[in-house]
Design a protein around this ligand. Structure first.
Ligand code: BJW
Length: 243
């Protein structure tokens, strides 16, 4: 277990205005691949082809095949000790804000109520009707899936070049401005505007702690870096044993 400073232990124990921002790394130990780096999604696929409105317009079947495969893979995964520790901590400290870039719904399945700023894989959106709905069908019966109105549905996720959901991002920004402790967990901190949240918090005086297996562009700005897998570091850091 990475060593933790007395200051960080104290801020965790006080639990006032704590914000946790998570990325793909927190789900790695559940068996969900990350995006970048060795064995990441983008090692084999092109971002532009799969996670952009242009790629979807060009070939919705190809994009949906990739999303359907990910939905199937993630449906078979379970939340890990890191997700569970954050859920238990949030229950003990209701003022805690959990912001996730992940679309895998594993935080919710662990019992948290996260701000999902990049959407959710298990929701679809009808571009014609402008409505979103939960869709848990695994595998999808048809690719691409079609709405009752006849339009091709899209995954309710945020692609490159698209705006993040206003309400969730607004609440995340507000929490970042108020944060006394900001935990950045399992993200490469390369994708904006999510990566600006810890920068904003640090600028307003928050204590910034990063939990990751590798150094990131944020590491130099962090007050403390805990190197290790999130599922191992979080239960100890948050004082939540995993039965
Ligand atoms: C472990 C671990 C373990 C492993 N334990 N750790 C400002 C500057 C520069 C560019 C921009 C900017 N503002 C906007 C942009 C453009 C763009 C952007 O950021 N580009 C950069 C790549 C340069 N941003 C956008 O387009 C955003 N929209 C926007 O800003 O709108 C306004 C605008 C519009 C037009 C023009 C300009 C502005 C939208 C971004 C949407 C991102 N969408 C995706 C796909 C979601 C759907 C899907 O899943 O299919 O979101 S991309 C992908 O990256 C996904 C993730 O949420 C996101 C972040 O990835 P994450 O979570 O960090 O994963 P990895 O793989 O990168 O990192 C994993 C980490 O875990 C690593 O560090 C490992 O070491 C670690 N790890 N195992 C702990 N066990």
């Amino acid at each position: 277990m990475a060593s933790v400073s007395a200051r960080l232990r104290d801020l965790v124990a006080r639990g006032r205005n704590v914000v946790a921002l998570t990325g793909a790394g927190i789900s790695a130990e559940s068996g969900v691949p990350t995006f970048r780096g060795k064995d990441g999604f983008w090692e084999k696929e092109s971002i532009e082809d799969l996670a952009s409105p242009r790629g979807f317009r060009r070939d919705p079947r190809r994009v949906w095949s990739w999303y359907d495969a990910r939905r199937r893979q993630i449906a078979a995964c379970s939340p890990n000790a890191g997700h569970r520790a954050l859920a238990a901590y949030q229950a003990q400290h209701p003022g805690t804000t959990l912001v996730t870039q992940n679309v895998d719904a594993l935080h919710r399945r662990a019992g948290s109520r996260p701000l999902e700023i990049h959407g959710c894989l298990f929701r679809v959106r009808c571009p014609r009707e402008g409505v979103t709905r939960e869709d848990l069908r695994v595998p999808l019966p048809e690719i691409p899936p079609v709405c009752g109105c006849g339009a091709t549905l899209r995954p309710d996720v945020v692609w490159f070049g698209e705006l993040l959901p206003e309400k969730e991002m607004g609440e995340a920004m507000e929490a970042a401005r108020r944060a006394e402790l900001f935990l950045v967990i399992g993200t490469s901190s390369l994708v904006y505007p999510a990566a600006s949240l810890p920068e904003i918090a640090r600028g307003r005086g928050a204590y910034l702690a990063e939990i990751n297996v590798e150094e990131t562009p944020l590491s130099a700005l962090a007050d403390e870096v805990l190197t290790g897998p999130a599922a191992e570091v979080l239960p100890g850091l948050l004082g939540i044993g995993d039965p």
